[in-house]
Design a protein around this ligand. Structure first.
Ligand SMILES: *Cc1c(COP(=O)(O)O)cnc(C)c1O
Length: 447
């Protein structure tokens, strides 16, 4: 395997263009002692060999997707300025690019110019902001999310000193509506977190039905689409998931992680609010920063202070090349990931040695090697995971509650509360073309 380096040839020209913008300053170059850097950089490269090959299609395990070469370049280019998107004083151009990139994500979810949003270091802080706002608007009320929601929601609630409760899931690993309604009847619920694309199993909560419940109960809806958000653009979702994404514009706040499915380097989450009025909740005075412009400084509407402007630059560049349009190249690549997941699922279903689980709603596939007991499935899953890794096929494992599996695997005896299963996130468009190879390696280690 080699690494893509051809694109680096574009960097010197782009840096020259960047430098031209500062041509009228007196000459000043911070000199680097190249020969002193060389051995250190070489040892960094050697240290970095100790990684799974995330960029290779045979890495089909956790939720990891390589950044686009353009995102990498734009991020690097921005480092010569090293903008800070806290304030316009720290990054004028990159703040403007952030506003445009965020507006594009808002447009993707169906919102016009009337929204409030910004990038963040990650999905966790983006969700924290959404729940912080939710807590301010419904003081003393509870936050609920499904038992398959991201583990950070309960911890975020703890940090914010908001009560949190997990809602059980149904057999499809989606939030159980009857259980939710019982909770709503208590009158204690302020906000329901709907996950469109759970991190573990990729399930999509039933958003249309949640919205219908708002006719009878008063509560906010926050959508955590950190992983799943971009599937709004995909045309090959099953009807239930498609229906959920179709009404995403009716919720109060949304989180999407460009560093999950949006081809970005880490350090790029995004939170959006439908009502720009929530900006007043953020209001604060920084005695040092907001002087260079009367325009909105992103730090005035975010909880984080310093933030990598380079993330905004990389995202903006990627959106120029691959606009967030249904039917466009970016959307077609997501459709390929989903197609890869469906194809793998079908193979597992047709194979008498395997136990497929849950038709994939997005691009995560779950299964267990067929056995009579939960304990044996756990043992075989671990064994296959290790053996596949020896053959350079990297899968993931997930511990799932026996209660979820029992409905799907009636012939299995469950001797413990959880079973370790195999999991694969087929997030790279290349996974579709590599599926035969992935299957061949997996079946060879099963034999
Ligand atoms: C990844 C993920 C998060 C957390 O986001 P980070 O960017 O890892 O902080 C939250 N919710 C969901 C659904 C996720 O997939």
């Amino acid at each position: 395997m080699s690494l893509e380096t051809d694109s680096l040839a574009l960097l010197p020209d782009a840096l020259a263009t960047l430098a031209a913008g500062f041509a009228d300053l007196p000459e000043h170059v911070a000199v680097a002692d190249i020969e002193a850097l060389r051995p250190v950089l070489q040892s960094v490269a050697e240290r970095m060999q100790d990684n799974f090959p995330y960029q290779h299609p045979l890495y089909a395990g956790q939720m990891l997707k390589p950044p686009h070469p353009l995102a990498r370049l734009a991020y690097m280019l921005a480092l010569w300025i090293n903008p800070n998107n806290h304030a316009l004083d720290g990054g004028r151009a990159s703040s403007a690019m952030e506003k445009e990139a965020v507006a594009n994500i808002a447009r993707m979810v169906g919102w016009g110019d009337e929204h409030l949003g910004h990038l963040s270091s990650a999905g966790t802080i983006a969700n924290l902001e959404a729940l912080w706002v939710a807590g301010k608007l419904h003081p003393g009320k509870k936050i609920v999310a499904s038992s398959q929601a991201h583990y950070t929601h309960s911890r975020i609630s703890e940090v914010l000193q908001l009560n949190f409760e997990a809602v059980p899931v149904d057999a499809c690993a989606r939030m159980d509506l009857a259980a939710l309604e019982t909770l709503l009847q208590s009158g204690e619920i302020g906000t329901v977190v709907a996950t469109l694309g759970t991190t573990g199993v990729g399930s999509v909560d039933p958003l249309p039905q949640l919205l219908a419940l708002q006719e009878h109960y008063e509560f906010r809806i926050h959508v955590d689409a950190a992983y799943g958000g971009y599937f709004k653009l995909a045309s090959n979702l099953a009807p239930e998931a498609a229906a959920a994404f179709a009404c995403i514009d009716q919720v109060d706040s949304i989180v999407v992680d460009p560093h999950k499915h949006g081809l970005q380097p880490y350090g790029c989450g995004c939170v959006l609010f439908r009502d720009p009025g929530v900006g007043r909740i953020y209001q604060h005075d920084s005695p040092y920063t907001y002087f260079s412009s009367d325009q909105l400084h992103l730090g005035e509407i975010s909880l984080e202070c310093s933030r990598a402007g380079a993330s905004a630059v990389a995202l903006w560049a990627t959106q120029q090349l691959l606009p967030l349009e249904p039917g466009g190249e970016f959307a077609r690549d997501l459709e390929k990931s989903r197609q890869a997941a469906l194809t793998l699922y079908q193979r597992l279903q047709q194979d008498p040695e395997e136990l497929a689980l849950l038709a994939p709603e997005l691009d995560i596939v779950l299964w267990g090697p067929r056995a009579d007991t939960g304990a044996e499935i756990s043992r075989l899953s671990q064994q296959c995971f290790d053996a596949a890794s020896e053959q350079h096929l990297h899968l993931a494992l997930i511990k799932l509650p026996a209660s979820l599996l029992a409905a799907h695997w009636p012939a299995v005896t469950f001797d413990s509360d959880t079973v370790t299963c195999l999991r694969s996130c087929l997030m790279k468009p290349e996974h579709l073309d590599w599926l035969d190879r992935i299957w061949e390696i997996y079946k060879s280690v099963r034999a």
